[in-house]
Design a protein around this ligand. Structure first.
Ligand SMILES: *Cc1c(COP(=O)(O)O)cnc(C)c1O
Length: 434
């Protein structure tokens, strides 16, 4: 036991732990030398011991730099995937590497019993950038949505409207995989076999009249994505979003924007809602927020600040100093590197190049999306899987969303050269599919 009788905190030096010098903690990741001898034993471990709920290809990723990744065989990939729109600053960004390393040497975790500077500074900057007033922190997107759903239900419960517990959500939406968020998810394929929980009514995305028709005095909130990401990159029309705002104003229900995929700069605005000047009451963030370190956030207006009183909701890891410091660094870098403007510029370039690919290749029906969240809708979605594999083998990583669209979500820091290289691979591989 180490006794610290002076009331001062024990410094790391007094515990015999020297902080590593900066030069050792910044730069190329330690495993930056791919080792082909690792591949087979690791793949064998995957077959034998990993729960088989995903369908990974037969390779093991080793390390990354910027918008590039290497596997253990030393093969290089251009990353238009960013860990499902997560690696905001790309891989091994020096500022993020330094922040995580130095924070780990100071304090990784405390639980929610105490304030810490990284978490408070994050709350402040997040509210400044988003225009919201209060931040609750958790560890993932689905948890951020759980918090939002509990928030609006509890608000009405505490205001004498105990029956007001219904959430309107949209068909083809994706809100997460916990039972609560899953119930809000508007794609049956994700819900099959997990039983009905109730409390959510799904209406067609983009259909204001059907949304109005579904609105009753039991509806506590309307939950929507400004662009349905997992649904295949389907943007909502600004008029639809403003229509939802008006419906909420008339009925007193809260408008909840799920910006887990669209938020933190991906569309060239800090929030996609900012683009159409839409004022939601609650917004949820995760994916890009920590640049790869797990963190989620539920932000709300001051009028909802006391809906979840002490003890009513929480999570052990939420807002821990390590994740908070990572997210704070992502937000600071977004500002210092002028990334929102850069995403607007890159998004325009990407859009016009993708539009030419749509002209050129029969397999592409259309392009949709904003900024660095783009989808290429396939005329024959059944080739989606083999197209994805062919692209990967040619050195480009993308995802297939909603069973209809190739989805491109590169890091916001992607260089012109990396973008061009990825687009050239896309063009070349699409050529082999016609
Ligand atoms: C990914 C995603 C979620 C779920 O986030 P997890 O971190 O995987 O729980 C929820 N909503 C949207 C819009 C998403 O894209």
């Amino acid at each position: 036991m180490i006794k610290n009788t002076s009331m001062k905190p024990a410094s790391s030096a007094s515990l015999g732990v020297e902080k590593p010098p900066k030069s050792e903690i910044v730069g190329v990741p330690m495993n930056a030398r791919p080792d082909p001898s690792e591949t087979q034993p690791l793949l064998a471990a995957a077959k034998q011991h990993l729960y088989a709920n995903y369908a990974q290809p037969e390779l093991v990723m080793s390390h990354g730099q910027g918008a590039q990744l290497w596997d253990t065989e030393g093969r290089r990939y251009v990353d238009f995937f960013a860990g499902i729109a997560v690696s905001t600053l790309g891989h091994a960004h020096p500022a993020l590497v330094e922040a995580i390393s130095s924070q780990a040497a100071e304090l990784i975790h405390l639980s929610n019993y105490f304030y810490t500077a990284p978490n408070l500074e994050l709350a402040q900057l997040l509210c400044e950038l988003s225009g919201f007033d209060r931040a609750f922190f958790c560890n993932s997107g689905t948890e951020a949505n759980e918090a939002a759903l509990k928030l609006v239900r509890r608000h009405f419960f505490d205001h004498g409207q105990k029956e007001r517990d219904v959430i309107l959500a949209f068909e083809n939406s994706f809100h997460g995989r916990t039972i609560g968020s899953l119930t809000a998810t508007g794609q049956p394929k994700y819900r099959t076999g997990f039983g009905p929980i109730g409390g959510v009514v799904h209406v067609p995305f983009g259909d204001l009249e059907k949304t109005r028709a579904a609105l009753s005095d039991r509806v506590a909130g309307i939950l929507f994505e400004p662009i349905q990401g997992e649904g295949g990159v389907v943007p909502a029309a600004p008029e639809f979003l403003h229509g939802l705002r008006a419906l909420c104003d008339e009925s007193g229900a809260f408008l909840i924007a799920d910006e887990i995929q669209t938020g933190v700069g991906r569309t060239g605005h800090f929030l996609a809602c900012h683009r159409s000047e839409l004022r939601a009451d609650v917004v949820t963030l995760a994916k890009a927020l920590g640049g790869g370190v797990p963190i989620g956030a539920m932000l709300c207006r001051e009028k909802l600040a006391s809906a979840l009183p002490p003890g009513s909701h929480g999570t052990t890891f939420g807002g821990n100093p390590l994740a908070s410091r990572a997210a704070l660094t992502v937000l600071q870098t977004l500002k210092s590197e002028g990334l929102l403007a850069r995403v607007v510029e890159l998004g325009q370039r990407l859009q016009s190049q993708l539009d030419s690919l749509v002209e050129k290749h029969e397999l592409l029906a259309s392009r949709r999306g904003q900024g660095l969240l783009q989808g290429l809708v396939l005329t024959d979605p059944s080739v989606g899987g083999s197209l994805l594999s062919a692209l990967r083998e040619a050195g480009l990583l993308v995802t297939f969303a909603g069973g209809v669209a190739i989805r491109l979500t590169p890091p916001l820091t992607i260089s012109d050269a990396e973008l061009d290289e990825g687009l050239a691979i896309l063009d070349q591989v699409l050529g082999t599919f016609s």
